[in-house]
Design a protein around this ligand. Structure first.
Ligand code: PLP
Length: 501
């Protein structure tokens, strides 16, 4: 077996070498681009004195190559999808095709102002309407709002719409939302933010919804249920039609957290399963930038019954003319300025049109195939408790390492960075001890999947022979092990003077 040794990276060679900041680089008079000199004439916008600088800003003079090299180096100090595999379970870290960027940058889209008249933006409105219709087609629903700016905001909108329906029906006591214990953390958070009460449903041994628990929990207080399908263990909820019957009979509505649509596109539609609302993450399934590269979008689709409660502005077409209209109604609460993150929506539309219906189905099939290939290989290294019917992701357990030698899943995750692989999601979902959640996506080749497996095999051997190597990993990255809470909550990103690191 070939040894998965990480080739020396740019960052390693830069390790220990003092990195000047942009403010320390450059030289007086260097320029990337010459702006025409100001002729001293009238200033169009009259700023009040307190908003004006007393002194010119102390900005460095830099050439274009200096700027390019600086930011290229910075981008390489971090791990990203253009650099290596990113199997972060639940997050669908797929490659963002460059074609998406070209489409979103077309002047007819990018040079519009959101306050322009509808007559000036017919192309954009037609494109957004086409995206709404495409997402309804993928999910099997009647209406769609592109406005939510993230998956969690889509959940929030979904809860808002369900609550507005119950309020409109005079059902003021329906305030409880049932949530299986395998749910994503944003689900209960969205429910609480919406002023409703989450109630946890314990899953069965096999990781799926327990119908007896569900029957015992529904009642006149039930506003609805929130289900991730496939769930966070990567398993399809097989009893979903029965779940829908039980919840509907009790007067509740079904919300599907569709963040995992990448597993089922073209194969199964939540609308056909009995759901009433679904959100999708364009920054997951539909290949738009994610995380630090955001912003995101969490379009939310609903049945005709819930459509009147969607927020404005809605796009409407009359005799070939597209207009955006506010629809005052019980659910009309603004959740985002204008029409959402329109640039993200255009990127997703480019992805959908490029793939077509058959292509999207193939995306899901390949994502599921890649996950199952990895599952079979990784089962020889770590246990996977819930392995029957794995779709796009699976959850292994790092407990073998802990039993073997004080090595924790966190150490394994950190060591993977030395092999050029981003860590899977760890310690989530909470129902698996030392969870290690792997989602390769359809973008990985067989070679990169094999590299990941080989890296894990080597790490397993290291756990026996040199556990301290893992406990102090990573070793080949620009910074070593960070205090995770402090790095996230108290990041030190300010430039305070010449670097003396
Ligand atoms: C990512 C994810 C979310 C939240 O989406 P954001 O865009 O990060 O707000 C919700 N549910 C599931 C299952 C997810 O994977």
């Amino acid at each position: 077996m070939s040894q998965p040794i990480l080739p020396p990276t740019v960052c390693q060679r830069w390790l220990g070498v003092q990195q000047p900041s942009l403010f320390e680089k450059g030289s007086l008079g260097r320029r990337a681009l010459e702006m025409p000199a100001w002729d001293g004439g009238e200033v169009a916008v009259d700023l009040p004195d307190e908003a004006r600088r007393a002194e010119p800003a102390d900005l460095p003079d830099l050439s274009e190559p200096e700027v390019m090299r600086h930011f290229t180096l910075l981008s390489n100090l971090n791990h990203h999808i253009e650099r290596g595999m990113y199997p972060l379970g639940s997050c669908t870290m797929k490659y963002n095709p460059r074609l998406n960027e070209q489409v979103a940058a077309m002047p007819g889209f990018s040079q519009l102002h959101p306050a322009q008249d509808a007559g000036d933006m017919q192309g954009l409105l037609a494109a957004l309407k086409l995206l709404e219709d495409s997402l309804c087609e993928v999910t099997g629903f009647d209406a769609c709002s592109l406005i939510p700016a993230a998956g969690a905001q889509g959940e929030y909108l979904g809860m808002m719409v369900i609550r507005a329906l119950h309020e409109a029906n005079g059902d003021h006591d329906r305030t409880e939302i049932l949530i299986p214990d395998s749910a994503h953390g944003t689900n209960p958070a969205s429910v609480v933010l919406m002023g409703m009460k989450p109630r946890t449903l314990k899953s069965r041994e096999d990781g799926r919804i327990d119908l007896d628990e569900l029957r015992a929990a529904v009642g006149p207080q039930t506003a609805g249920i929130m289900i991730t399908n496939p769930n966070t263990l990567g398993l399809f909820e097989k009893d979903i039609v029965e779940v829908a019957r039980i919840v509907h009979e009790a007067g509740g509505r079904l919300y599907m957290d569709g963040a995992n649509m990448n597993a089922i596109m073209g194969r199964a539609r939540p609308g056909d399963m009995g759901f009433d609302v679904v959100h999708m993450n364009l920054h997951k399934t539909f290949s738009t930038p994610h995380g630090g590269g955001g912003p995101g979008a969490g379009p939310t689709c609903v049945t005709a019954e819930l459509e009147p409660f969607l927020p404005g502005p809605r796009i409407e077409e009359t005799d070939g003319f597209f207009d955006f209209v506010r629809v005052p109604g019980p659910g009309d609460i603004a959740i985002h300025a204008w029409m959402g993150n329109v640039g993200v929506c255009l990127r997703a539309l480019a992805y959908i049109l490029r793939n077509g219906g058959d292509g999207l189905r193939r995306v899901s099939e390949m994502a599921v195939l890649n996950a199952n290939y990895l599952l079979k290989k990784i089962q020889g290294i770590m246990p996977v408790d819930h392995d029957d019917g794995c779709l796009h992701e699976f959850v292994a357990s790092g407990r073998v390492f802990k039993q073997q030698s004080e090595v924790r899943t966190l150490d394994v995750a950190k060591r993977l960075l030395d092999f050029g692989v981003h860590a899977p999601t760890i310690y989530f979902p909470l129902i698996v001890d030392e969870a290690f959640m792997v989602e390769p996506t359809e973008c990985e080749t067989r070679e990169s999947l094999d590299h990941f497996v080989a890296a894990l095999e080597q790490i397993k051997r290291e756990a026996e022979s040199r556990p301290e190597l893992l406990q102090t990993a990573p070793h080949a990255t620009p910074v070593g092990r960070l205090d995770e809470a402090k790095a996230a909550r108290d990041p030190d990103l300010r430039f305070l003077g010449p670097c003396n690191c």
